[in-house]
Design a protein. Structure first.
Lengths: 243, 276
């Protein structure tokens, strides 16, 4: 379970980008974070794995406050948190298999990681994930030759390779066509249900958020303006969120 | 431009048009250069200079060099060995330079190193680069004595600084998010460098290293003569300055040309292979 309490973050003293945001996300659920551009969605997501620091509040993943950890402890804690991105952030020159295997670099010793010494089990696990994502034919293709939807599925496979408890998705479908977007969202839904993951997704499409999420959090100007189930979100509230 | 005229504070006094001023500055600059050049020519040319006679001698010498090359007092074997020595010098300094340059390049890349390290490395490298390779070799030949040691250290020194700069620029082209993506999964910095940064850039880093090899070969030839490091440059120096054997000078130039041609062919092939 992810518990965020009273999280604040400032880039400049007079203009806070997150102010007193609290939320709870359970395993096996999708939490969608919605809101207009610049509302602080990305800032919030990046605070959840402490890619951004210097904020106030607590970010607890299963009773461990990530904000209290040392650099080394945080690096270790991040292995439990997978992340996928709008621009996929894969290594384009490398193959799908190599990119997916990057997911287990964090669990290796520095030397083994540097030499890319993967065990047979890890390679089999990676191949299994690749076929689960429907990319078996592309395992040895360089990622630069893939479409956006395919790249995002590689990104998901890479994140799953970590065996995470939580999956953070920063605008995962913003660069995709509707068909690929649906495919990716279906995968996220399945992962939450079957692998019991905590899934937190930043979205700017409200309809997709209401279709897929169990729980919606809306931000505006860095403040939480809505927190509830999709059923509780009515048109007037949507108007207010995007006002 | 019309604005600048109408907005001028003293409309009665005609302000110089900005374009006119630029043209006038350019004119003054060109005239100044011309004057300096003419003065330079006059002061350099000896009193009884005969352009026609000088041209004739020059052409005759060129003919001696390039239309009747021979090995003079040496042998093809010896010249070939000397060429090999120069190539070896270029190779060793490039390999050393690339290894150290990569480390310094990583330390100088903004998206990887902390800013204090990045700034320090960049400043030191800029200082080293500002002093030409040949000067470094001369400096080290004072410190280490004339010979191959000074040549190797001096050439390596400048290669490191050069490659550190171009490597750092190349590394900085990787988006910070790509690195961040792996860091977000709990991956340490060194594995990220080896698994993400280097594979993405290997072909470009190699092509920069190859360019430096070409530069180092040219330098190795010059350094052979200047620092007594041996090699084809030394043979050229001896043939031209001690024996005045223009035939041999021509032969040596052909040797160097042949190798540079080979290098060019290889680099074109590599470029086709890596940049498709």
């Amino acid at each position: 379970m992810l518990t965020v309490t009273a999280l604040s973050k400032r880039y400049t003293p007079d203009k806070p980008s997150l102010q007193d945001v609290s939320l709870v996300a359970d395993a096996g659920t999708i939490t969608a974070v919605i809101g207009p551009s610049g509302a602080g969605k990305t800032t919030l997501l990046r605070s959840l794995n402490q890619l951004l620091k210097d904020d106030e509040g607590t970010v607890q993943l299963d009773d461990v406050d990530l904000r209290q950890l040392s650099k080394r402890e945080l690096q270790k804690a991040r292995r439990d948190i997978g992340m996928i991105f709008q621009n996929y952030n894969l290594i384009d020159a490398l193959t799908v298999l190599e990119n997916v295997l990057h997911g287990c670099l964090g669990a290796k010793s520095t030397i083994a990681g540097m030499l890319a010494h993967y065990t047979a089990e890890e390679k089999q696990a990676a191949m299994a994930l690749i076929s689960e994502m429907g990319l078996s034919d592309f395992a040895y293709t360089a990622c630069k030759h893939l479409s956006g939807g395919q790249k995002q599925r590689v990104g998901i496979a890479r994140a799953l390779m970590q065996h995470p408890k939580m999956l953070l998705c920063d605008e995962p479908i913003a660069s995709l066509d509707p068909k690929s977007a649906k495919l990716v969202m279906d995968i996220l839904r399945r992962l939450a249900d079957e692998k019991d993951l905590i899934v937190v997704v930043n979205l700017h499409q409200v309809d997709i958020a209401t279709d897929y999420a169990d729980h919606i959090v809306a931000l505006n100007h860095g403040r939480k303006v809505f927190d509830g189930t999709p059923a509780e979100l009515n048109d007037a509230q949507i108007q207010a969120i995007y006002a | 431009m019309i604005d600048s005229v109408t907005l001028s504070q003293e409309p009665t006094q005609k302000a110089p048009h900005p374009v006119d001023r630029r043209a006038r500055t350019l004119q003054a600059f060109v005239i100044g250069l011309a004057v300096i050049s003419i003065y330079g020519l006059i002061s350099v040319i000896p009193a009884h200079f005969d352009l026609w006679a000088a041209t004739k001698v020059f052409i005759a010498n060129l003919q001696l060099m390039f239309f009747s090359p021979n090995v003079g007092n040496d042998s093809h074997g010896l010249l070939f060995q000397a060429l090999l020595a120069s190539i070896e010098l270029a190779f060793v300094t490039t390999v050393l330079g690339a290894g150290l340059g990569l480390v310094c390049g990583l330390a100088a890349a903004q998206n990887i190193a902390p800013s204090w390290l990045c700034l320090t490395t960049k400043s030191v490298m800029a200082f080293v680069r500002a002093i030409p390779t040949i000067l470094w070799v001369l400096i080290y030949s004072v410190a280490l004595g004339l010979g191959p040691n000074a040549a190797v250290v001096g050439l390596t020194f400048h290669s490191v600084a050069y490659l550190a700069k171009v490597f750092a620029n190349t590394i900085e082209e990787i988006p910070a998010q790509t690195i961040e993506a792996l860091r977000a999964g709990g991956c340490g910095l060194l594995p990220v460098l080896c698994q993400a940064v280097l594979p993405s850039l290997a072909s470009r880093l190699l092509s920069w290293t190859f360019i430096r090899f070409e530069i180092n070969f040219a330098n190795a030839v010059v350094v052979g003569a200047a620092a007594g490091a041996g090699g084809i440059g030394y043979q050229l120096f001896v043939a031209s300055n001690f024996y005045f054997n223009f035939h041999e000078v021509g032969m040596i130039v052909y040797y160097i040309l042949a190798f540079v041609f080979v290098l060019e062919v290889i680099s074109t092939k590599l470029r086709h292979k890596f940049i498709d």
